[in-house]
Design a protein around this ligand. Sequence first.
Ligand SMILES: [Zn+2]
Length: 350
Amino acid sequence: MIYYSGLFALIHKYSARRGVTILAYHRICSINDDYLNLAIPIDAFHNHLEVLAKHYRVVSLERAIALLMEKKITNSVVITFDDGYRDNYTNAYPLLKKYGFPWTLFVTVNPVKNQLLLWYDSIKTLYINTAQDHVDLTDFGMPVFPLRNRREKIAALHKTLGLIKKNPVFGRMDDFVRSLEKQLQCSAVSSATEAMLTFAQLREMQRAGVTIGSHTMNHPILAQIESNHVRDEIERSKQMLEQELEQPVDYFAYPNGAREDFDDQIIDNLKSVGYRGACTLIPGINSDDDLFNLKRVGIDQNFVSFAPFLTRALFAVEMTGILDRLLMRSMRTKLSSPRIFPAPDSGVKP
Ligand SMILES: [Zn+2]
């Protein structure tokens, strides 16, 4: 209603939401198998770009940082993608090119380098594909979960991801996935839907002006692993991307990105190896030059409706910030960023 009435133009014009809005996407693909709420469909993404082209100034992350440093607080939008899924190249890139929008892609280096699944996609694939009727995680200090049907499999997946964050297994995820493969008698191979980008695709997009940043080597939650591993995840991912892309890698995105997922020591580490800024998944609009705590608006299925014209309206109205006030921010947690792990107070559902 707001979008299709004169009210939208008014709110948009006088919106109090002044500053740099950084959008965080993950995947642009079918949402049929998207149990982690990371994907939005291609036509919905197209609708989002239409709204941005019509009402906003889309700038590169570098330009946005320059604006924030010069304290030139204008209404601008930055488009970012996390993780490094191949659908970013096949589905998102052609549309972004069509609109001529600059954008930034934060890459998890090891899955790209080795063409393997991200570890949470490995767990998902094993749980969904196994013919075993349960998974026994007691050796890792977690329960036994039944896997007799799709519903149980999805529940087990969410519970495992909820528990694993505080589990010592987090520091040795490869071992954990290998032992699951053995127990569940199937393998976490890269399927077409979860496939990762290749370095050749990254180079092609970089030549076309896409900014490539680091999202660590293995996508751990940095605050949950030992400090020598933190250094490795931060520094080696930068070096390896720079070597492969022959360009400086200046920006970083924290895996999972909530306030409790990184700390000042991690920020010091980022600065000391030469990063110039880092994106969180803490929702909000940026209006100061706190460049290692850049807030982002995570775009997930809450921004998609059953009809294209509603998706367009939903996205446009959310972008104005007016929903925060109309809904007294009660929907804010629902509209917050998509994360692999649940927030501490939200139970076990991601
Ligand atoms: Zn991520």
